[in-house]
Design a protein around this ligand. Structure first.
Ligand code: GDG
Length: 491
């Protein structure tokens, strides 16, 4: 079993002569001014949920965009701050970007071109040449910061996600002492979908600067091999999952990401969570009612309107559940500068209003809208109170929310309805798997879930807990670190 200690030992034994650097767009701790003081917050992001425990175990340096309005006041003269604030165990090195750069590189090319391109959720990507230029310039800037950080030392650089596709090539060409690995947190689409990107060659060439490139699923690895095979000059070895371009090799491997199971389960059982559960039961009038939960970063890939339509269908078909079932949707809005994200928020508002208006009676409303920032304790209490959790993504690389529901189900009696289009569905086969595009099917499965005997609920949840406990985030990181070390010794 992988644990934080085992990962620490691996890092101490294998990386002791090396610097370990993580690079991502999003920073794990954001400092901002609030109520006359400086507050430190963890952004809602799957990448951070997974990597923060790993960095706590490994130490090293995390390089990321400093996005908080008090970030500059909290770093030293070399733009560094030790984090987490309550238990400093690694260094955060902030990179500063202008508003124009954030617009072009992040809201523009990353969020409005690459994100919809890789998720088949029927939102059209927007390709804009100015945004692409800014994206290239920002990748170059990040690369220069990394090269300076590394200097003449041997280093492992672990790059995250689709914001930094061009950087691996720059690093590998500039410094032969660096081993570069990259983890792609979202799906890699089939080659027909990817080829509409006008700059596909540059992106593929950038990614083939990596020594190791990881995806959640073998299916995404295969899509990547197909895309490279069709789009650029390279030798694709499908038996060894290896690509050679200009004599340089890239290993392509699946590494299904996960959570710190034991830590989530420990927090779920904390006395503060128990107290918050009692408070929420009273204030939300949940006593005697069945709670169904949805918790997502608000994003059009998460299938929130589809879930609401399924709830409408469920209440329409099963009037005996009216007054008994309460659905809570929570999660923070994200990327609100991108028009498609503003539209999804408006669509959710309208659907919640319509459904509540249609069914509400007396003191009962079917949907409680808790979108917006909630404390970690409140979110955990809601997970624990839920009889049923619905994850209905239209397409999702993995989906850590599903794994968090599993880890928080201490009574092993929660039922998970899970979209078959998430990476998590490959592991959590004891969830009730659904096609979120079919409101009829999801409504039918909701009824099945609510009527499932306790023994079956427990049997399914207990198996899922065993899987997430074993395939935890330390295994994910341990496999990647071992892969990087193997490449260094094996060439
Ligand atoms: C990407 C891929 C892949 C959500 N709302 C709030 C909040 N959260 C937390 C959840 C969870 C995380 O954010 C979301 O993780 P997901 O994995 O579900 O989704 P993405 O952010 O889209 O992550 C995904 C992941 O990368 C890792 O590789 O699994 O497929 O899309 O931890 O609990 N946290 C707080 N408030 C919220 O309102 N504090």
């Amino acid at each position: 079993m992988w644990t934080r200690e085992r990962l620490q030992t691996l890092v101490e034994e294998k990386l002791q002569d090396c610097l370990f650097v993580v690079v991502s767009n999003r920073e794990p701790y954001v400092h901002s001014h609030a109520h006359g003081a400086i507050q430190c917050q963890v952004p809602p992001s799957g990448l951070i949920t997974a990597l923060d425990p790993v960095m706590r175990a490994c130490g090293g340096t995390w390089i990321a965009h400093g996005s908080g309005n008090a970030d500059k006041e909290t770093v030293d003269e070399r733009d560094r701050v030790r984090v987490p604030p309550d238990d400093p165990s690694y260094t955060l090195r902030r990179v500063w970007l202008s508003k124009g750069e954030v617009d072009g590189y992040y809201h523009g090319f990353s969020s409005d071109a690459l994100w919809p391109l890789c998720h088949i959720a029927y939102t059209r990507p927007t390709f804009n040449a100015d945004e692409w230029s800014t994206y290239k310039a920002v990748n170059e800037r990040f690369a220069q910061v990394v090269l300076k950080e590394v200097g003449a030392r041997r280093a492992f650089v672990f790059v995250q996600d689709y914001h930094l596709t061009l950087m691996p090539r720059i690093l590998r060409d500039a410094n032969p002492n660096v081993v570069v690995a990259h983890f792609w947190h979202i799906p890699w689409p089939n080659r027909e979908a990817f080829r509409v990107c006008p700059w596909q060659h540059d992106i593929l060439d950038g990614l083939l600067g990596n020594h190791l490139l990881g995806f959640h699923l073998r299916y995404h690895c295969n899509n990547f091999l197909d895309t490279v095979d069709r789009a650029i000059e390279a030798r694709v070895d499908r038996d060894r999952y290896q690509i050679t371009r200009g004599e340089k090799k890239t290993a392509v491997r699946p590494f299904p990401i996960s959570i710190d199971f034991e830590e989530v389960a420990r927090r779920a059982g904390g006395p503060d969570v128990e107290a918050e559960m009692q408070r929420l039961k009273r204030s939300l009038e949940l006593e005697g009612r069945i709670l169904v939960m949805g918790l997502d970063r608000i994003d059009y890939t998460k299938g929130i309107p589809d879930r609401l339509r399924a709830i409408d269908r469920f209440l329409d078909r099963n009037p005996e559940y009216r007054g008994k079932v309460v659905f809570i949707q929570t999660g923070v809005p994200s990327r609100v500068h991108v028009p498609a994200y503003r539209r999804i928020n408006d669509e959710i508002d309208t659907l919640i209003d319509e459904i509540n208006w249609k069914y509400e009676t007396g003191d009962w409303r079917p949907i409680i809208d808790m979108r917006g920032s909630q404390s970690a304790v409140t979110l955990m209490a809601l997970r624990r109170l839920a009889s049923l959790a619905i994850v209905s993504s239209l397409h999702d690389g993995m989906n850590l929310v599903a794994k968090e529901f599993v880890a928080s189900s201490l009574g092993e009696d929660t039922v998970l309805i899970l979209s078959e289009f998430t990476g998590a569905a490959r592991e959590l086969t004891d969830a009730l798997l659904v096609n979120p595009y079919s409101a009829d099917q999801v409504a039918e499965v909701m009824r099945e879930a609510l009527e499932m005997p306790l023994e079956e609920r427990q049997r399914r949840m207990s198996r899922m807990r065993a899987i997430v406990r074993e395939n935890n985030v330390y295994k994910w990181a341990g496999d990647i670190v071992s892969g990087m070390v193997g490449l260094r010794s094996g060439g």
